[in-house]
Ligand binder design. Structure first.
Ligand SMILES: *Cc1c(COP(=O)(O)O)cnc(C)c1O
Length: 409
């Protein structure tokens, strides 16, 4: 075999040695708290279906109806003949729902960020990016050719330092609204104030806030009561919204510019209209029922109360994402296996998805979970912890372990 293939094989081996090799598991049937994974029934805390809508009958019926009226494929890009009346209606509804002048629908969140950032800034401009931002914000910023600077997580003072000394013609701050591996919320009011002071834009990636935070799940901007032409709001539609896709909302002129110049919008086939049909049903549910967000908040509280005495740190988070940081890659994998042996599926997240030394279990809560199911998880985690910390000469393992993690971070 060629040298090139030998190199790739060696790199794959290296991933295995470093415990960074990932294995896909095959899921049967629809998403929900009870998942059949590799043929084994589990209680799952693994997906981003935060409101339990991915298999909701109203969405399925709407998708079916859209399927009957529009067929399966959009068959062309939006600027040629793929922009359906269903997608037009969805964009109008989305803009209204998040309280912004206009919205543009993208195939998914990754493509939205890859398209939006290079449309706004280019070589000679400045992008300031939170250290824990999602990969697609980082990739979009790199693709733009703008100067790319990373600031420590949620460090508003560092952002101000950078803005104060910047002479770049255009400045853009990019941040997750809710951080995907920690579950905490970005300091959006402070970041927006800096944008106003230093004449910059703010792009908020609310993949984990849309549908979850704010009144009726209107997102992280609504959570803080923020509105400004300086903000571009990116929400994804495959997580809490239960379907697939993404949208960018903001000032009408900026959105028009994206229609003209966001390459991942212009040069891709439009999404199947039936997805827009399902999403219109999502928005109707969000506007009329907010018991899901309330129930989710109760589950978050229940989990924090239940895990308070665990020897690992559950990061502070009021969102559906709950990170139990254990530090070591192998320990995270062992814990994942322990839980799976107890019939519970919680994924271990390792570098490079999270910083080195902060491997964790990422517990995803959903309004579809019951309090009994969350209790089951709490009991299983305590059972697993007892195994690792049994009989350590009477010391308080909880404290030791938390201190270690703080030192490492
Ligand atoms: C999931 C995610 C994305 C990507 O969205 P997709 O629609 O799945 O492509 C973008 N940003 C963040 C923060 C995410 O968690």
């Amino acid at each position: 075999m060629s040298d090139l293939m030998d190199q790739i094989s060696a790199q794959l081996m290296q991933l295995q040695e470093q415990k960074l090799f990932r294995k896909r598991r095959v899921v049967d049937g629809p998403q929900g708290p009870l998942l059949t994974i590799d043929g084994k029934p589990t209680l799952a805390f693994s997906n981003n279906d935060y409101l339990g809508l991915a298999n909701h009958p109203a969405l399925i019926a709407a998708a079916r109806d859209g399927l009957e009226r529009f067929g399966v494929g959009a068959a062309s890009s939006a600027l040629i003949s793929g922009h359906s009346s269903e997608c037009e209606a969805l964009e109008i509804a989305l803009a209204g729902f998040v309280g912004m002048p206009r919205a543009l629908h993208f195939s998914n969140g990754y493509m939205a960020n890859m398209g939006v950032i290079p449309a706004l800034v280019g070589p000679g401009d400045l992008v300031l990016s939170d250290r824990l931002n999602h990969a697609c914000l980082i990739d979009g910023a790199r693709l733009s050719g703008a100067e790319f600077r990373v600031y420590p997580h949620n460090d508003v003072a560092k952002v101000e330092q950078q803005l104060a000394k910047s002479t770049h013609p255009r400045k853009l701050i990019i941040t997750d609204g809710v951080f995907s591996m920690d579950g905490d919320i970005a300091p959006l009011p402070e970041l927006l104030a800096l944008c106003e002071k230093y004449d910059a834009w703010l792009l908020v990636d609310d993949a984990h806030g849309f549908g979850v935070l704010g009144p009726q799940g209107r997102g992280s901007l609504a959570h803080f009561g923020l509105a400004s032409w300086r903000v571009l709001y990116m929400g994804t539609l495959g997580k809490a919204a239960g379907v697939s896709g993404a949208f960018v909302a903001g000032d009408a002129t900026l959105i028009e510019w994206l229609v003209q110049r966001a390459r991942t919008y212009v040069f891709t086939t439009a999404s199947p209209p039936m997805l827009a049909s399902a999403l219109l049903a999502t928005l109707k549910l969000l506007e009329t029922e907010d018991w899901r967000q309330q129930h989710l908040r109760q589950l978050v509280q229940q989990l924090h109360d239940g895990l308070a005495t665990l020897p690992w740190q559950l990061l502070p988070s009021e969102t559906a994402i709950q990170a139990l940081v254990v530090g070591d890659n192998q320990l995270a994998l062992d814990l994942m296996a322990d839980l799976l042996a107890q019939g519970i599926w919680v994924p271990a997240i390792r570098p490079p998805t999270v910083p080195k030394g902060t491997a964790r279990l990422r517990i995803s809560l959903s309004a579809a979970h019951t309090t009994e199911q969350v209790d089951q998880l709490i009991t299983a985690l305590h059972a697993a912890a007892a195994k690792y910390f049994a009989g350590e000469d009477g010391k308080a393992p909880a404290l030791q372990s938390k201190e270690k993690i703080e030192e490492a971070s």
